[in-house]
Design a protein around this ligand. Structure first.
Ligand code: NI
Length: 143
């Protein structure tokens, strides 16, 4: 079994907050990401796929095809958008890196299965120091 990773980037705005908290409480819990007037991040997304090497091509899969799937399924919908307001797959969800990572996994899993490969991990960097990784394991997170 081998693992191959495609890196993609997007930038997007968001706000971390709860409507049932006041601005002060949101600031205490979510920090600068609770700014009521939004702010943006340059996200870096790593999608890792597991598979066997096809002896005819020498590839696990065609990276161009994987890139196109990520573009169509994720990037086209989120790049230069407001995650809280404009991204269909994030509607009604907390715009945290954790939730976004799980939702990106859910969006990609079946598409990658159709290529005869298996989605192994989704890693999403919100800043160069902070990232979340999800490998599809059962989670108690309700999103
Ligand atoms: Ni933020």
């Amino acid at each position: 079994m081998l693992y191959i990773t495609r890196r993609e980037t997007f930038n997007a705005a968001h706000r971390l907050y709860r409507e049932d908290y006041d601005d002060q409480t949101n600031l205490e819990i979510f920090g600068k990401c609770s700014n009521p007037n939004w702010h943006g991040h340059n996200y870096i997304l790593y999608v890792t796929v597991a598979g066997e090497v096809n002896p005819e091509t020498g590839f696990i899969l065609n990276l161009k095809t994987l890139s196109q799937i990520i573009q169509d399924t994720i990037i086209a919908k989120i790049d230069h958008k407001n995650i809280n307001l404009e991204v269909d797959f994030m509607k009604g969800k907390m715009a945290s890196t954790e939730i976004l990572t799980i939702v990106i996994w859910e969006q990609l899993e079946d598409e990658i299965k159709k290529l005869g490969a298996r989605l192994f991990s989704v890693k999403l960097y919100e800043t160069e120091n902070n990232f979340v990784e999800y490998k599809g394991e059962k989670t108690n997170t309700t999103i």
